[in-house]
Design a protein around this ligand. Structure first.
Ligand code: BES
Ligand code: MN
Ligand code: ZN
Length: 500
């Protein structure tokens, strides 16, 4: 995947001289567009002021105008409403970048020039956010003959933007990483299974300073990682645990661990899902995909942090060999688990990876990213990931990081009482609760049993790992996998590495 959107700058003395298939501008309710874009308005013989006077251009959030200007070098003008400047948020700038690209794609344009609005934020921040939105929007997962993407995206602004070239370099890497995560998550099970996921990981990190270890079936057997082994038993393709280490802070510093759920396809196992429930389950490896993408971003950006990413990979399929309800699994950490439902498989593979990380690394914290439960979708819809943790500081850091990147997380409790529900008559715990009550919390409570002393957070991303039909539509998130959590955790790690 080549990211070739940003091709540098040309000098223009006035906006109406931009040479591109389209120019895109952001307008606001409380600043007249002809004042904000004086040179452009003049070059267009007062078009902006006339549009405003006619009431067709109000600057309200969500408003988009596409105008055709055959006599101009840019031929098309895209105008995106940004609401009130007093209410401007970071995400509105991402949305502006994203909306500009979406409209350019609609019109099948090869090149787009986005004007950076002059607002109450540093030029660097504006450029970063608009470019991030544009880069994320200029992504499409498709196996069609032809994919329409904007080949060239440029930014115009005051001279100062010339000083912020590194900003674009950083955004390009972040966007490339997120889109790589989306590629991995979007790929259907006939392309990506535990074997080909492994191959993809080696390819992704080729030439980057990371160590990759893979624990294959025999290794998992030796170590007693029976959670991963049991879930993977129904498939012809054996499960495995991939471990990616990036030691950017040196050997004296503790590790940040990120564990991603990698169920390459979740048919439910012998507790088979129904057709509609199964239809989206290629996305059940999103956590693993996004964790790999995170490691890629961290390595590309050379963050001074020690990061270890662990992705347990398996296919959850029914077969004569599949694990069965009422099986009792002895997990890597010694706990026994009574399988009450083979469709509650994510927690079993994550559990082994969590306790493996805690046993084998000196950890600062451990965060897992998982499409764990349908119940979290009932609770929060597609607007936030469920956040569960045993540590207040970690919780606050994650919430802060999430506000920066507009990837919402929302805390849910892990009170003692919930643990009653996973008591088993025959094993230490069972893998589901009682009825449908508090399903997302039960999943998290189960996981917490596999972390003894490390600050731990679990992000249940089932509602937000891919764009659901009825979910929110952000222009910078095209159909399919969202890459949720990559930017969030990157931000979290950046802060952690700066304060360590
Ligand atoms: N991968 C699913 C969770 C899921 C459901 C993700 C819908 C995204 C959308 C998970 O493995 C699962 O099947 N969970 C069960 C748990 C139940 C058996 C306790 C669920 O949510 O129904
Ligand atoms: Mn399942
Ligand atoms: Zn699953």
């Amino acid at each position: 995947m080549v990211f070739n959107m940003f091709k540098g700058y040309e000098r223009v003395s006035s906006l109406d001289l931009v040479v591109c298939d389209a120019l895109s501008i952001m307008v606001f309710e409380d600043i007249a567009p002809e004042v904000m874009y004086e040179d452009l308005d003049r070059g267009l013989n007062g078009l902006l002021s006339k549009l405003r006077a006619s009431g067709d251009l109000t600057g309200k959030e969500g408003e988009v105008l596409k105008l055709y200007l055959p006599e101009k070098p840019f031929k098309r003008l895209i105008i995106v409403g940004g609401g009130k400047t007093s209410e401007l948020t970071k995400d509105r700038l991402r949305v502006f970048g994203g909306e500009s690209v979406v409209r350019a794609k609609e019109m099948n344009l090869a090149s787009l020039c986005i004007a950076l609005p002059k607002v109450n934020m540093s030029v660097e921040d504006v450029l970063y956010l608009v470019a991030e939105g544009a880069g994320l929007a200029n992504y499409e997962w498709s196996r069609k003959k032809e994919v329409k993407l904007v080949k060239e995206i440029k930014f115009v602004g005051k001279e100062e933007i010339l000083k912020s070239c590194e900003v674009l370099d950083t955004v390009a890497k972040v966007v490339e990483a997120v889109n790589l995560g989306r590629d991995l998550a979007n790929a259907p099970a006939d392309e990506i299974n535990p074997q080909t996921f492994e191959e993809a990981v080696f390819k992704v990190f080729n030439g980057l300073p990371v160590k990759i270890k893979v624990l294959h079936k025999e290794d998992l057997e030796k170590l007693g990682m029976n959670g991963i082994l049991s879930v993977g038993r129904g498939s012809n393709i054996p499960p495995r645990l991939i471990i990616v280490e990036y030691e950017g802070a040196g050997p004296d510093k503790p590790w940040y661990a990120v564990v991603g759920k990698g169920v390459c396809f979740d048919a439910g196992g012998l507790n088979l899902k129904d057709s509609s429930g199964m239809l989206e389950m290629k996305y059940d490896k999103s956590g693993a995909a996004y964790a790999v993408a995170l490691a890629y971003a961290v390595a590309k950006l050379k963050l001074k942090v020690n990061l270890v990413v662990l992705t347990p990979l398996a296919e959850n399929l029914p077969s004569g060999n599949a694990y069965k309800p009422l099986d009792i699994i002895r997990m890597y950490n010694g706990l026994t688990v009574e399988v009450r439902n083979t469709d509650a498989e994510g927690r079993l593979i994550l559990a082994d990876a969590l306790s493996y990380a805690e046993k084998n690394y000196r950890l600062a914290s451990i965060i897992d990213l998982a499409t764990l439960t349908g119940a979290v979708v009932v609770a929060l819809g597609s607007h936030a990931a469920g956040l569960f943790t045993n540590n207040e500081d970690l919780k606050n850091s994650l919430i802060k990081a999430s506000e920066e990147t507009s990837e919402r997380v929302w805390p849910l409790p892990l009170w003692r009482e919930y643990y009653e529900d996973i008591k088993s008559d025959f094993a230490d715990i069972k893998n589901i609760g009682v009825g449908r009550a508090a399903g997302a919390i039960i999943g998290a409570a189960f996981l917490s049993k596999f972390v003894e002393k490390t600050p731990w957070a679990h992000l249940d991303i089932a509602g937000i790992a891919w764009v659901q039909e009825e979910g929110p539509k952000k222009p910078y998130l095209s159909k399919g996998a969202t890459g949720f959590g990559v930017r969030l955790l990157l931000n979290f790690l950046k802060t952690a590495s700066n304060t360590a």
